[in-house]
Design a protein around this ligand. Structure first.
Ligand SMILES: [Zn+2]
Length: 274
């Protein structure tokens, strides 16, 4: 048996040619590093599922992107997620399938044809295409919101009692962060103080503004590593613009000092892919 219980599966359009698949699990006694998740896709709910992701370890989100525009028009796309123990893939559990579809009756609600949603695709091109590349290739480490509490976490005070704890990196949960999400392009902006205050209200020294597209959706306290400069940032605040779906995340970040325990998050320069 495998003691993984899926809590929820979320599917949403990121652009007119990409979908985010996200899942939650209950707290588990399994060693999560020994569990693989694989995303499956089909055009029928019952059968025909093929794996579309690599084996994901300690990751709970995946982006399915395809090229072209009309390919999936009027289709329903089903997804499900499988979890299995790496040492024995024959023992697995799966989510129920969920789907995204275009409603051919109502173009106004369709992510496929919505011009504003197409703006996400254009923003992605602006951030990551080699011709423009206003974004810097980054890794995003998402802070754990579930999992085992660290010994340094005081359940009565509801906070960590040690800021430099090597087991939870100051998060209060063992291992602190999920596996890093690679190849997230982020534009770091240098704004003058007045502009910053206009947008954010009060800010602190060392804080700067950045923006990114809509994958992954970030939270305060997530960590960003700029792979070109080896700089670590912690996310302080976020403003997301929506139009049917999240479009763009403007974030206030603070650069971490090199002696911050969070800068021990692994960072591999060789993995940069385009
Ligand atoms: Zn700790």
């Amino acid at each position: 048996m495998i003691s993984i219980f899926f809590k929820a599966l979320y599917i949403r359009f990121l652009t007119n040619s990409s979908v985010e698949i996200k899942w939650d699990i209950e707290n588990t006694p399994e060693d999560i590093k020994q569990v693989s998740f694989v995303v499956y896709k089909s055009e029928t709910p019952e059968a025909g599922y093929t794996p579309i992701s690599p084996e994901l370890t300690d990751l709970f989100t995946y982006r399915d992107a395809w090229t072209g525009y009309d390919d999936s028009k009027f289709k329903i796309i089903y997804y499900k997620v499988r979890a299995f123990i790496k040492s024995d893939p024959s023992k697995f559990v799966e989510t129920k399938p969920d789907y995204v579809h275009e409603n051919p009756e109502d173009d106004s609600q369709s992510p496929f044809v919505d011009p504003v949603v197409d703006a996400v695709r254009r923003a992605n091109v602006l951030l990551s295409h080699e011709r423009y590349r206003v974004g810097k290739p980054c890794i995003v480490y998402q802070k754990r919101t579930f999992g085992q509490r660290c010994k340094c976490f005081d359940p009565i005070l509801q906070r960590v009692t040690k800021s430099k704890c090597e087991y939870c990196l100051g998060t209060g949960r063992i291992e602190g962060y999920h596996s890093g999400i690679e190849d997230v392009f982020i534009n770091f902006v240098s704004l003058n103080k007045t502009k910053m205050i206009q947008f954010w209200g009060d800010t602190e020294p060392g804080e700067t503004q950045a923006w990114t597209s809509n994958f992954p959706i970030v939270k305060p306290e997530d960590i960003i590593i700029n792979k070109l400069t080896n700089e670590y940032y912690v996310i302080k605040r976020i403003r997301t613009s929506f139009h049917l779906i999240p479009i763009r995340q403007t974030i206030l970040v603070r650069k971490l000092n090199f002696d911050d325990i969070k800068t021990s998050l692994p960072f591999d320069t060789k993995v940069f892919r385009m």
